[in-house]
Design a protein around this ligand. Structure first.
Ligand SMILES: Nc1ncnc2c1ncn2[C@@H]1O[C@H](COP(=O)(O)OP(=O)(O)OP(=O)(O)O)[C@@H](O)[C@H]1O
Ligand SMILES: [Mg+2]
Length: 260
């Protein structure tokens, strides 16, 4: 279980301070899908940043994060790199945007993660990269392909393969499907859902798409202005939203669904 308590994250740009997380208490269960929803600027990506402790320069974070009982806020940068990011909690980067550098093959890039974090040899890592691609529905031989040789959806699958490389226990996906068409979006979310279920991983899906969130998530966490305003099993929240903001989000969703 990932448990965050009293998380407070502030960014500083010049002399301006922005409080992106304002005392967030939240838990993410193992082996289940939790969707983090909320309007733009509510702090969803900041929460992901905080959970990975990938803070930009000038940002300050307080509060505690424990992952399966381990205090993450106490880890050094070296420990985070060696035994936390990729291996315990992994991030699905936006494949269509920036997960891959254009100058190296997919295999090289996925293999590099395995070489660094799992100590595999180049050859072992390349073989493993092929099976990871296959796990996401791509041909294993595509380790030899360059990112530009893939469609946006295929690139996103490869980004999922990379996130899974070191067998993490939790997968964080921040808007993993923006920039993709609606059908491809659904395919990627179904892929994430089925892979994490098969591997017994916790999936934390950040999205502003409440319809998508309601369809796949066991639990919903609703953020507004850096605070958790609603949290609980998806059906319960949909049946009786505990906060006016959730009700408003749901109202917007129903209005969209009711359109001819
Ligand atoms: N690197 C940064 N430097 C300064 N302010 C930032 C930075 N990143 C985010 N913010 C600010 O923190 C607040 C929360 O932003 P965040 O990106 O977490 O929202 P979000 O819910 O992910 O929004 P979106 O749905 O648009 O992705 C916003 O006011 C945003 O402007
Ligand atoms: Mg965001």
């Amino acid at each position: 279980m990932i448990a965050a308590r009293e998380l407070r994250l502030r960014y500083r740009t010049g002399s301006r301070q922005v409080t992106a997380l304002d005392g967030v208490d939240v838990t993410f269960g193992e082996g289940m899908t939790t969707a983090v929803v909320g309007e733009s600027g509510s702090g969803k990506s900041s929460l992901v940043t905080a959970l990975l402790r990938l803070l930009p320069r000038g940002a300050t974070l307080s509060g505690t994060i424990t992952v399966d009982g381990r205090d993450i806020t106490a880890l050094s940068e070296r420990e985070l790199a060696r035994s936390y990011r990729w291996t315990t909690v992994s991030l699905v980067l936006q494949g269509a945007m920036n997960a891959f550098t254009p100058v190296l093959t997919l295999g090289r890039q996925i293999a590099e993660v395995l070489e660094i974090h799992r100590g595999l040899s180049r050859q072992e890592a390349l073989i493993r990269s092929g099976s990871l691609l296959e796990e996401t529905g791509l041909p294993g031989a595509w380790t030899g392909r360059y990112p530009h040789e893939l469609s946006g959806g295929q690139k996103q699958r490869a980004a999922v393969a990379m996130a899974l490389a070191c067998d993490p226990l939790y997968l964080l996906a921040d808007e993993p499907t923006t920039a993709l068409d609606v059908i491809t979006q659904a395919e990627i979310v179904i892929l994430l859902k089925s892979l994490t279920k098969r591997r017994g991983l916790g999936l934390i899906l950040v999205t502003h798409d409440l319809a998508l969130a309601s369809a796949v998530a066991d639990r919903l966490v609703v953020l507004q202005e850096g605070r958790v305003v609603d949290e609980g099993p998806t059906e319960e929240i949909l049946a009786s939203p505990g906060h006016p903001h959730t009700a408003a989000l749901l109202g917007a969703l129903r209005a969209l669904e009711a359109r001819p």
